[in-house]
Design a protein around this ligand. Structure first.
Ligand code: CP
Length: 292
């Protein structure tokens, strides 16, 4: 039984297989590889992209999906996460896809070895399927030539599980990662750190913008989001005609993270990331439920 708690659960060969399968699924109508499989989704935090993307991916491969809404479950009566999970596993699913505020939640359930556990985002620790779909988007865009490319991760890095998983996977794949954020948004890291976005624009091939989560921070560094946007919003005025790919995991705060104009620019691949997310998640489900 294989789990996906973070991308280091996958070998280099498995990551290469995922990239190959995601590309195949994108170009050929997939056969119903998982038609006898059943997945349960268990999202303790809100989601638009990840939950629907997993559901679409599973259904495109013929799997059935059952969603348990924790806000209407016996969690409300005090049932523990472990007991909820064990009860779901008693119904013999082939995998449980979980999003949780606690960093340790997916790993803890995986250790129970009752079904394959797939982390759909945990605290600020890991969001492995986002990292893998971002890798797929980069490999596709650069036609496989990603070694030595430089990516700046910009924004609220310390709160971001996308950044944590992205840094682990992209450095492993040979990209140079720079961090751009005001001090309170900067994690402890050996990676190069900048507080001014303008200082990195001539060094990077890719910018990954992250959602500003000013409400999560105790230090009031900016009076409001407009004040933050003046320094960190990705705008055409700032990027000019540079050949920089712009990514964002979503949800994008328009004109704070990325400007309206930049979101419509062909260099911005936000919706390509969402599209690729389905194909990468199809590849992940195939690997976990069929190939392992
Ligand atoms: N990228 C991402 O995790 O988006 P959702 O929170 O909408 O799933």
């Amino acid at each position: 039984m294989q789990h996906l708690v973070d991308t280091n659960d996958f070998s280099d060969k498995q990551i290469a297989d995922l990239l190959r399968d995601a590309k195949t699924f994108k170009t050929q109508r997939p056969i119903q590889l998982l038609r006898d499989k059943l997945l349960i989704t268990l999202f303790f935090e809100a989601s638009t992209r990840t939950r629907s993307s997993f559901e679409v991916a599973a259904k495109r491969l013929g799997a059935a999906v059952v969603h348990l809404d924790p806000s209407r479950s016996s969690t409300k009566k005090g049932e523990s996460l472990e007991d909820t999970f064990a009860n779901l596993c008693a119904m013999d699913p082939d995998g449980v896809i979980i999003r949780h505020a606690e960093n340790e939640a997916p790993g803890m359930l995986a250790d129970m070895q009752m079904t394959s556990v797939i982390n759909a985002g945990a605290g600020n620790y890991a969001h492995p399927t986002q990292a893998l779909l971002d890798l797929f988007t980069l490999v596709e865009h650069f036609d496989g030539d990603i070694q030595g490319k430089t990516i700046a991760i910009v924004g609220d890095i310390v709160s971001s599980r996308v950044a944590t998983s992205g840094i682990r996977l992209l450095t492993r794949m040979g990209l140079n990662v720079l961090l751009v954020a005001p001090k309170p948004f900067m994690p402890e890291s050996d990676l190069p750190q900048y507080d001014k976005l303008d200082d990195v624009l001539d060094k990077v091939d890719v910018i990954m913008s992250l959602r500003a989560q000013l409400e999560r921070h105790e230090t009031e560094l900016f009076e409001d989001y407009d004040d933050y946007a003046k320094q960190y919003c990705i705008t055409k005025e700032r990027i000019k005609n540079r050949n920089i790919l712009v990514l964002h995991p979503g949800p994008v705060m328009r004109n704070i993270d990325i400007s309206d104009e930049m979101l419509d620019d062909p260099r911005c691949k936000v919706l390509t990331q969402v599209k690729n997310g389905v194909y990468m998640r199809m590849a992940i489900l195939k690997l976990l439920l069929l190939d392992s």
